[in-house]
Write a protein that binds this ligand. Sequence first.
Ligand code: CU
Length: 451
Amino acid sequence: MTLAVVIFLLVVATIIFHFASPWWFTDIAADWSTIDLTISITFWVTGFVFIACNLFMAYCVWKFRQKEGHKAVYEPENHKLEAGLSIFTTIGVIAMLAPGLFVWATFVTPPENAAEYEVLGQQWQWQFRYPGADGILGTADTEFVSESNPFGVNPADPNGRDDVIVNDPDMHLPVNQPVKALLRSNDVLHNYTVAQFRVKMDLVPGLTSYLWFDPTEVGTYDILCEELCGIGHFIMRGSVTIDTQEDFDAWLANQPTFAETQSMAAPNLAAGQAQYAACAACHGQNGEGNQALNAPKLAGQQAWYIERQLNHFKVGARGGEGDTNGAQMVAFAGMLTTDEAVRNVAAYISSLPDTPAPTTVTGDIDNGYDIYDRNCAACHLDDGAGTWYTDAPKLSGMSDWYFVTQISNFRAGIRGLHSEDDYGEQMVAMATAMADAQEIADVAAYINTLR
Ligand SMILES: [Cu+2]
């Protein structure tokens, strides 16, 4: 009797939970209500079967409970019951599968007027490419991938010259214009998912997969990777902003074409050196750093990283509230008014002689190795050299006290949480690999051995 009541209450609780659950669909922002419909149909069919089976079970437990004088009968065959159950099950399965087949047929047939764009996934970043004025994406191959050509656009293909390159994880699309996303991966399986669009598809290295949708709501939505793709999988995030056609055109016109990214003038080291005079007061004549002023060593750091940090200080992605040390940088980064000036000074700094910073932090090197090897090497590399491929900077030879303050800042949310700081955000999650101040010191002590 008790068991029957428990089963009955379980069914009632499940139904209440289903309707009162906070974990429901996000608002839909694309023309894929048919996908929601198929999911609802599946819910209704499985929900009906769940309720019917469990109530029947509760009824049987109660009705045929042990009673004095009752005897069970063995009845192996019942044609009527079997025929009934088979027909009933068949209808249920057809109800669940048939709508899905129709929706799938639409899903694999993008409309004629769908505009194309490309999504490139790599560990652990999203990037995007739009066809230029000619409306044709140039051919691309991983064999052409390099720091200045992360998409591997074929330099010999004239169709690729005017392609628009978005080398950051935030993309835009115009509202009410069907689009077909061409999906490529530079390394392993990834999966391009925007919950509000209701569609998702794997990115498979070596081939181009696709999906299509018609965005219906202006707004900004998260892009997730829904394929386990390594240690950074959970921080492989991006955003897609659905704009009016006007805003979209303005945004697109602001992005560089492939030809522009390839024809950037070589940085001017002499101009960079002149700019650096203002920086030397804190960072030292040779970029060796000055702990008394909280100014880290800069020599030896990659130019692309220095450039990005200076731009982040300029737009306030670093040096904001609570970041008193970083705040000192905001005015000095602001002195570099043009992209060219930023490029020149970054190139000059990375050309300075790289002498490892003096060590000031001690800790358990073995424990530091354990943490580094499991959590950090995938992006910052085994020798701490960093790589543009994962956007992770060089750590070996850096000021160890600066390492400690930066990890503490990531952990405290002082660095990395600004909406423009997509890469710093990855470190906010990774910095939790160190449990406390002692473990931060342990990793610093291990990195001190990588010189
Ligand atoms: Cu991924």
